[in-house]
Each structure stands twice: as structure tokens, then as C-alpha cells.
Design a protein around this ligand. Structure first.
Ligand code: 5AD
Ligand code: SF4
Length: 467
């Protein structure tokens, strides 16, 4: 295991101040476009925080921006293709506005070949910055602004940097990263190659961040890590995550705690017990299965079999009856046969997830699975994918229908995008619940009676208060 470098954002802060002074008097706009997972959303909030510190204003219009960053994802090929397409489209913008600065950040350029491709073919990109260099961003931007040089920083070093300013967005919910990197090397996955080894933040730093969020009015936090169940192991703690959960549960003002992702091989009984006994941890668990075939799980290097997985589900539901579960499934792993796929469907029917995130396998260069010979055609895999959605939609619809008549506590997020008459909220299981109500409820937790259900969404009405 490499050495973990712990540092503060001091050098970045000084550079940010210098940029702010140099730009003073100019009204400049910046935008950060995010691709991929919640970790990337949280990273983008840090890039936005640094840009605000440097005096930029944020915009979500590319035409208006003087600085544009694509914070990218490398997990699947289609996300990468979207970035390449969108990068191409920025060329015209830059021709019209030569002073504009364009940056590509995140997991894509952390792959050397991809960084080289961007450098060679997208010459309008000024900054190429990997996942390991985030805290150096103000210095890199300073160099580009001063010298109009193109800069690439994709060096790998396992750093934990505290104190990067973050733009949480001002809502009632916030993401908090508790650890970075991944040690698991699932054979299909690029993440361990682009995000480095697991490294946990110190508990005091995490708790301090959450207390400040609670103070600013945040009610729900989601603790993020590629595998939160191994939080603290790199610092020699056995039950680090369970201990951290207990402490977060005690923070005044935080009414809902969620976490993701949980690797089934590492979830401890202690974590389940802490969840069951806690006051604020949502009774809902995201537990990625990936495949229901033991043979495929082995080839994926997931280190658990279906028996072990189902025993965790059973134990979790023994401690928390009817616990809502969600999962990730990959369809079309190279060696997956029709028979393996049927086994995945069996588990879906057995566990009865509230919903699933399903992905068609995407070959990632450099991973062990990329060398395996595919045994199904694209059409066969697409048919499996459609079949799986059909099976799952039926289960999701049944679960939702069974909740009609229930009273549920929901956190109100804002107006529904599809119907501005309605408020959009989330229940404890993180499912969308729409109901009619006034703006004064936004950001609050209220009780709603469920009146109608669809496959993905519940509808309700504000319930009478008990007293
Ligand atoms: N192809 C398809 N899906 C993938 N995932 C990770 N790598 C790949 C890949 N190469 C999925 C897994 C993981 C989720 C975040 O993305 O299901 O849990
Ligand atoms: Fe990828 Fe597996 Fe790590 Fe998740 S646990 S990020 S799937 S290698």
C-alpha cells in the first residue's frame, strides 16, 4: 500500500487568492459539467467552490462561460463518447471567444491513453487534470491564465486534502465523501485504476464538515465512498464505518443519513445493528449484487457468492423488517450465459428490490475482463437487459402499489419538474413522492399519505398533523 499524503488546501488557497486579485474587476463566468456518479458530483462541487473562491460566478450556459470544465466518468464507454462529442462542440465556442479556458477533469484523463488522445486531438483544451490533482487546480488555472500554456497533470499520488471550499448548492441535502479510491479490482471495473487506493478521511474532519452543514440548514447527508464498509481500514480500524455512523447519528440537525456504496463482502453485522438502532440513518440499503450467478461473481472477483449475499439480506431484514433494498446489476459480463442471466432474475424475484440500477457491460481497456471472450451477441445482451427491466418493473410497481394508504415522512426538495403544481419529495427509501403543497414546505420533512402509485413514483397528499 502506498503512502497516504495528508494535506490542507493552503497552497491552493494562496493560488486562488492570486487568481482572484489578477482577475479583479472582470466579471467572469464558469461552468462545471458533471458526468457519472455521486463522487463526481461532489468533486464538481469542490471545483465550483474553488472557482467561486477565485472570483468567478457560476453559470449553466456554455455560451456565457469564460471557463468550462467537463468533470468526466470512465466507468462505461458511452459516458466517454458523450464527453468526446461535447468536447468537439466546444471548439466553435472557443474560436468565437479565444480567451475562454477549457478543462477536462476526473476519471477519463486519469487514463494515460485518454489524456494523450485529448491532448493530441482536442487542442482547444487548456487543462487536463486527473482525479489525484484536484487540490492543485487553482495553481494550474493560474498558470494557464498567465502563460496561456496547455497543462496536463495526471500524476498519481494518494492524497487526502482537507479544506477545499465546496459549493453544496444550498439545498437541504448534501454529499460528504468519507474516503477516496478503491482496493477491490472487480475485473470489469476501471475505478481502482483511476481513483487510486482506498484512503479514509479522519473522522474529526468528516464530523466537522457535517456539523457545519447542519448549521447551514442541511437535513440529509449521504456519506460517499466506493466501498464505505471499508472506511477506516487503512487507518487500522476494524469497525471504522460503524463507529463513524454512530457519531454522525448524534449530530444535531441532521435528520437523515444515507451512505453508498456498500460492498457486500465488507458489510459487517455491526453496521447493520447501528443502522437498526440509529435515530437518523434511513432504513434503506443499496447493496450492489452485480450478478446472481456464483460462477460470474467469481470471475468478476466480487469475493462473495449468492448464499453469502442472501444471508446479508436476511440478517438486514431480520433487524429491520421490510427493509427496502436497491442494487446494481451488470448484464452481459463477457462470460455470462443465458443460464447465468436466469440466476440473476431469480435473485431479483427472491430479494424484491425497490428498484435496480442496471447496466450493460462495457469493455474497459486495461481491466482483466477486457481480455475475456464474449459469449453472447449484442442483440442477445440487449434482450436480457429488456427482460430484466420487465421483471424488475413489475416488482417495483407491486411494492409501490402496496404502499398506497401508508403515511410516510418525506423531505421536500422543490417543485416537480413535470408538474409545477406539485411538490417533489423523497421518502425514507429515497423514492420520489409528489404531492400538492406550498413553497413553504420546501426543505422540510413532512408527513404525506400515499394515494396513488406508479412504477417509479408515488403520489400523495399532505397528512393531518397528529396533535
Ligand atoms: N460496465 C458496466 N457497468 C459497470 N459498472 C462498473 N464497471 C462497469 C462496466 N465496465 C457498474 C457496476 C457498479 C456501478 C457503479 O457501475 O454495477 O456498481
Ligand atoms: Fe469498481 Fe468494484 Fe471498486 Fe465498485 S468495488 S468501484 S465495482 S472495483
Amino acid at each position: 500500500m502506498g503512502n497516504i499524503i495528508r494535506e490542507n488546501f493552503d497552497a491552493g488557497k494562496s493560488a486562488a487568492e492570486r487568481v482572484k486579485n489578477a482577475l479583479s474587476g472582470k466579471k467572469l463566468f464558469a461552468m462545471v459539467e458533471t458526468y457519472g456518479c455521486q463522487q463526481n458530483v461532489n468533486d464538481s462541487q469542490k471545483y465550483e467552490g474553488m472557482l467561486l473562491e477565485m472570483g468567478y460566478e457560476l453559470t449553466d450556459e456554455r455560451e456565457k462561460a469564460d471557463f468550462i470544465m467537463f468533470n468526466t466518468c470512465a466507468v462505461r464507454e458511452n459516458a466517454e463518447n458523450r464527453v468526446f462529442g461535447n468536447l468537439g462542440a466546444l471548439k466553435h465556442l472557443k474560436e468565437k471567444k479565444p480567451d475562454m479556458v477549457i478543462a477536462v477533469a476526473g476519471c477519463m484523463p486519469q487514463q494515460k491513453e485518454v489524456a494523450a488522445r485529448i491532448r493530441a486531438k482536442y487542442r482547444h483544451v487548456d487543462i487536463i487534470i486527473g482525479t489525484h490533482a484536484m487540490e492543485k487546480f487553482p495553481e494550474l488555472l493560474e498558470n494557464v491564465l498567465e502563460q496561456r500554456a496547455r497543462i496536463v497533470d495526471i500524476e498519481e499520488h494518494d492524497t487526502v486534502c482537507e479544506g477545499i471550499p465546496t459549493n453544496y448548492g444550498g439545498g437541504a441535502k448534501a454529499f460528504v465523501s468519507i474516503m477516496y479510491g478503491c482496493n477491490n479490482f472487480c475485473t470489469y471495473c476501471i475505478v481502482p485504476y483511476v481513483r487510486g487506493r482506498e484512503r479514509s478521511r479522519q473522522a474529526e474532519d468528516i464530523l466537522c464538515e457535517i456539523k457545519a452543514l447542519a448549521h447551514s440548514g442541511v437535513k440529509e447527508i449521504t456519506l460517499l465512498g466506493q466501498n464505505v464498509n471499508s472506511y477506516g481500514k487503512d487507518m487500522g480500524q476494524k469497525e471504522g464505518f460503524a463507529e463513524l455512523l454512530k457519531k454522525v447519528d448524534e449530530i444535531d440537525g441532521i435528520e437523515r443519513i444515507r451512505f453508498m456504496s456498500s460492498h457486500p463482502k465488507d458489510i459487517s453485522d455491526e453496521v447493520l445493528k447501528v443502522m437498526a438502532q440509529s435515530r437518523h440513518i434511513c432504513r434503506a440499503l443499496h447493496l450492489p449484487l452485480q450478478s446472481g450467478s456464483d460462477r460470474v461473481l467469481k470471475e468478476m472477483n466480487r469475493v462473495y457468492d449468492t448464499e453469502k449475499y442472501l444471508s446479508i439480506v436476511e440478517r438486514a431484514r431480520e433487524l429491520m423488517p421490510n427493509l427496502p433494498l436497491t442494487t446494481d446489476i451488470i448484464v452481459g459480463f463477457p462470460t455470462e450465459t443465458e443460464d447465468d442471466f436466469e440466476k440473476t432474475l431469480e435473485i431479483l424475484k427472491k430479494v424484491r428490490y425497490d428498484s435496480i440500477f442496471s447496466f450493460i457491460y462495457s469493455k474497459r481497456a486495461g481491466t482483466p475482463a477486457a481480455k475475456m471472450t464474449p459469449c453472447a451477441t449484442e442483440d442477445e445482451i440487449k434482450a436480457r437487459f429488456d427482460k430484466m427491466l420487465e421483471v424488475q418493473n413489475e416488482i417495483s410497481a407491486e411494492i409501490n402499489a402496496s404502499q398506497v394508504g401508508e403515511e410516510q415522512l418525506v423531505l421536500v426538495e422543490g417543485r416537480s419538474k413535470n408538474d409545477p403544481e406539485m411538490l417533489s419529495s423523497r421518502n425514507e427509501a429515497n423514492k420520489i413522492v409528489n404531492f400538492a403543497g406550498g413553497d413553504e414546505l420546501i426543505g422540510k420533512i413532512v408527513k404525506v399519505k400515499i394515494t396513488r402509485a406508479q412504477t417509479w413514483v408515488l403520489f400523495g397528499e399532505l397528512a393531518e398533523e397528529d396533535e
